[in-house]
Design a protein around this ligand. Structure first.
Ligand code: HEC
Length: 427
């Protein structure tokens, strides 16, 4: 009975919040890639909007916007030392240190989009999969990459084996390849359908997502161990829990299938807001899954119960806007809350605090590292200029900004937002 009640309430809340949720986002475009740190505290998301965002999963906020790539950020990864890796449609791989505005290293060489990244277990090498049909393995410390050639079509997925000695790749061609990095024979397995994603479990079992919606299993040496029809639409992302018990397989037009690896059975299908999903990653607790998709948000699920826990930036126990219930401006401001704060002591998130915004010259707040491009602009923030910013969009009004592109179409909503900011940023 208790369960029924909470389910019903959950549904009501979801319906009630739907319009606000739709605006609560960090990204200005679909989320394409996700990775979670080994301690489960931080996540990174890559987006079609050409930015990556670093999220604190404990504080439920966006900590940093990473802007470097010329177009979509298709793949992201985290190094064991906390370093961040992004790779894009522009064929480049950027290495970042947390809190630093520019990448410290850029790897160039791929001649077509990079669509997947993997980090070796010792954190010393990064493997990239590209539509230029190669896999490259880059020493993190620098030096020439190993170029693995042989796929006849786009390479869509890449992973390291648990011993770090081989790289596994999957391609549209439709082959699975296991490349021993020290040299030696490449194992080649040809499958009946183009392959979109690969993950390797901690015991070495290889899990592949196919364009026909099937999940294929292989032994560490590439021997087929069966397959499982997860959905009837192409799979685009597969993730495995660290303990290897669960697999999440995300389909291009559908939901996320949760598969029990030991029994090869479907335990859950996650359906709800925010689907379809482009990217999925498990937290180290082996049951929380985060997904990113077309609705531009990073969402949290319990893969064991199937519950949708909420968008990352919304999962905070206390709603900071609770005291403004019914205020239209506060609802609009939900789209900003992941990156900005309002009060003097709340500090900066991915974006500068908006406390005292009116009357402030653009990019003048001490202690926040603004983009250089912004410092050259001649704008003073007033209700009119902030309104203009979201009428034409940050890209046009403040070219070179790190703030993801977003617009507020309705003049009434813009007026409500600046009125809300007037009330809340001057306290
Ligand atoms: C994903 C993060 C993110 C979201 C969401 C976001 N911003 Fe920003 N915002 C930033 C970043 C980052 C900057 C600094 C830009 C730079 O330095 O290039 C910024 C800058 C600004 C500035 C200029 C501040 C200054 O001191 O010059 C204003 C004003 C602003 N944002 C308002 C908003 C409002 C209002 C919303 C919601 C409608 C919003 N932002 C949503 C990240 C975000």
């Amino acid at each position: 009975m208790a369960v029924k009640v909470s389910l019903a309430t959950g549904l009501l809340v979801a319906l009630f919040l739907a319009p606000a949720q739709a605006q609560l986002r960090g990204h200005g475009g679909p989320v394409k890639a996700l990775a979670v740190s080994a301690d489960g505290v931080t996540a990174i998301s890559g987006s079609f909007d050409s930015s990556a965002i670093v999220w604190s999963l404990t504080r439920n906020s966006a900590e940093q916007v990473l802007r470097f790539h010329e177009s979509a950020v298709n793949a992201v990864a985290m190094l064991p030392d906390g370093g961040l890796v992004t790779a894009g449609e522009d064929g480049k791989i950027a290495l970042w240190r947390p809190g630093v505005a520019q990448p410290h290293t850029v790897f160039s060489g791929h001649t077509a989009p990079i669509v997947a990244l993997a980090v070796s277990p010792d954190g010393k090498r990064i493997a990239s999969a590209s539509w230029d049909r190669t896999v490259r393995v880059w020493p993190v410390g620098g030096g020439a990459p190993q170029v693995l050639e042989g796929h006849q079509q786009n390479v869509n997925g890449v992973a390291f084996t648990p011993d770090g000695k081989s790289v596994v790749s999957v391609s549209h061609d439709p082959q699975l390849r296991i490349w021993p990095l020290a040299g030696g024979q490449t194992t080649i397995v040809t499958l009946p359908t183009p392959l979109n994603a690969v993950a390797v479990a901690s015991d070495g079992e290889i899990v592949v997502g196919g364009a026909d919606g099937r999940v294929f299993f292989f032994s560490p040496s590439g021997a087929p161990r069966g397959d499982f029809a997860a959905t009837d639409t192409p799979l685009i992302s597969v993730a495995i829990t660290r303990d290897g018990t669960l697999i999440a397989a995300a389909g291009i037009r559908g939901s996320v299938a949760i598969v029990d690896r030991a029994t090869r059975t479907l335990t859950r299908t996650l359906v709800g807001p925010g689907l379809p999903v482009w990217a999925a990653a498990f937290l180290p607790d082996n049951e929380t899954l985060i997904t990113g998709g077309t609705d531009r948000m990073v969402r949290r699920w319990n893969a064991v119960t199937g519950d949708h826990i909420g968008a990352v930036a919304m999962a905070a126990a206390d709603d900071p806007l609770a005291e403004y219930a019914g205020d239209r401006g506060a609802e609009i401001y939900r789209a900003c809350i992941a990156c900005h704060t309002l009060t003097p002591d709340a500090g900066n998130r991915a974006g500068p605090t908006l406390h005292g915004i009116f009357g402030r010259r653009i990019a003048s707040l001490e202690g926040y590292r603004f983009s250089d491009a912004l410092k050259k602009l001649d704008i003073v923030w007033t209700p009119e200029t902030v309104s203009k910013l979201f009428e034409v969009g940050p890209m046009e009004y403040t070219p070179g900004t790190k703030m993801p592109e977003q617009r507020i179409g309705s003049a009434e909503d813009r007026a409500a937002l600046v009125e809300f900011l007037r009330k809340t940023t001057t306290k």
